[in-house]
Design a protein around this ligand. Structure first.
Ligand SMILES: C[S@@+](CC[C@H](N)C(=O)[O-])C[C@H]1O[C@@H](n2cnc3c(N)ncnc32)[C@H](O)[C@@H]1O
Length: 331
């Protein structure tokens, strides 16, 4: 599925768009249920949230349970959009798989389970991977921004997902992936465009809406650190992947609703999961980029987050964002 059409809303959830009286809680956010050395377990603690302490890349999101649970929920959301496929690249039986910025390793573990003859490696600057993992899966602490130490031309699938805000030099990242794939191997890169959009014209046409303010703040923070939050915009992923030398490059994108407001049953389910992801992640998203990098006070950050949360819980907000996937083959 890859959809750019407007997402139709479910009137039994949203009611009349022009009627300002809000229906009760319509499940916008919360309805869905929801071998590493010890030195790596040193975290920075900012306002009670834990952050990884890599010396080479200062990553902007927390590594505590609440936040990484959100990432695992996002994994499920992506799977639903992709018809339960772990990748879109046309490779039937990958044998040597690398997952860059693996997070909890949930994607790498799923691939290892689905392809028991594959050898899967996940790398991250944060030691948040579980120790109970399939025998054909390993994790390594590695900064993807440094020169990779893997053997060149040794993988047949390299997966990169949701590293927005964590990378200084995307073209270099894709070039390193190119060098480390064997000829015929595939890269797949998936990133969120963090702009929250709305199918409600009142919000869509309001240039001062908090959704627009929110993403501009992240863009500004990313510009300040040199690690962009805009990688999924303006065809950049595709451009850099092609420039790295990949061919047969394909781009897919989805509108991903936030909350259970969509009429379509699959999108409703996706939206419920996605609402949970946002609910678990919203404070963690804001604290470092807006608090530490842009210098807002904790109270200001809390006010901003509660403003966003309020909009997300109003079913008439009809919020969504775009998710972009690009894959390509090394000739
Ligand atoms: C939003 S999480 C996504 C995790 C995983 N890719 C997924 O989609 O479930 C981003 C992860 O990238 C990691 N990361 C950020 N910058 C990195 C870098 N320079 N090298 C390796 N990992 C990095 C973070 O530590 C975090 O675990």
């Amino acid at each position: 599925m890859s959809s750019q059409a407007p997402i139709e809303f479910d009137p039994s959830v949203v009611g009349d768009l022009d009627d300002a009286s809000v229906l009760g809680d319509a499940g916008s956010l919360r309805d869905s249920t929801t071998s590493i050395t010890s030195s790596i377990y040193q975290y920075r603690n900012i306002h009670g949230r834990l952050y990884q302490s890599s010396e080479t890349t200062e990553y902007w999101a927390p590594t505590d349970n609440r936040h990484i649970e959100g990432n695992d929920v996002a994994h499920q959301t992506t799977l639903m959009l992709m018809n339960n496929k772990l990748f879109a690249a046309p490779i039937e039986n990958p044998k040597r798989v690398l997952d860059i910025g693996t997070g909890t390793g949930i994607w790498a573990i799923d691939v290892a389970n689905d392809f028991p003859t594959a050898k899967v490696i996940g790398t991250d600057i944060s030691a948040v991977q579980p120790s109970w993992i399939p025998p054909n899966c390993t994790f390594q602490i590695d900064d993807a921004q440094l020169d990779w130490t893997f053997q060149k031309s040794s993988f047949d699938l390299i997966h990169i997902r949701n590293l927005f805000g964590g990378i200084d030099d995307w073209p270099k990242l894709y070039r390193q992936a190119f060098e480390h794939l064997e000829p015929g191997g595939w890269i797949e890169s998936i990133e969120i465009d963090i702009e929250t959009r709305s199918e409600n014209p009142r919000i869509h046409n309001d240039p001062d809406h908090i959704f627009k303010k929110w993403c501009k703040l992240f863009w500004e923070a990313g510009d300040k650190t040199g690690r962009t939050f805009r990688i999924a915009r303006d065809g950049q992923m595709q451009k850099y992947i092609e420039e790295a030398g990949f061919v047969d490059v394909q781009h897919r994108w989805w509108k991903v609703p936030i909350g259970g407001w969509a009429r379509d049953p699959l999108l409703k389910q996706v939206g419920l999961y996605n609402g949970l992801y946002i609910d678990l992640s919203l404070d963690g998203f804001a604290l470092y980029p807006i608090g530490q990098i842009l210098g807002w006070s904790l109270d200001q950050v809390h006010d901003l987050v509660s403003g966003m949360r309020k909009e997300f819980t109003d079913p008439k907000s009809l919020p969504y964002y775009n998710l972009h996937l690009v894959y390509g083959r090394k000739p």
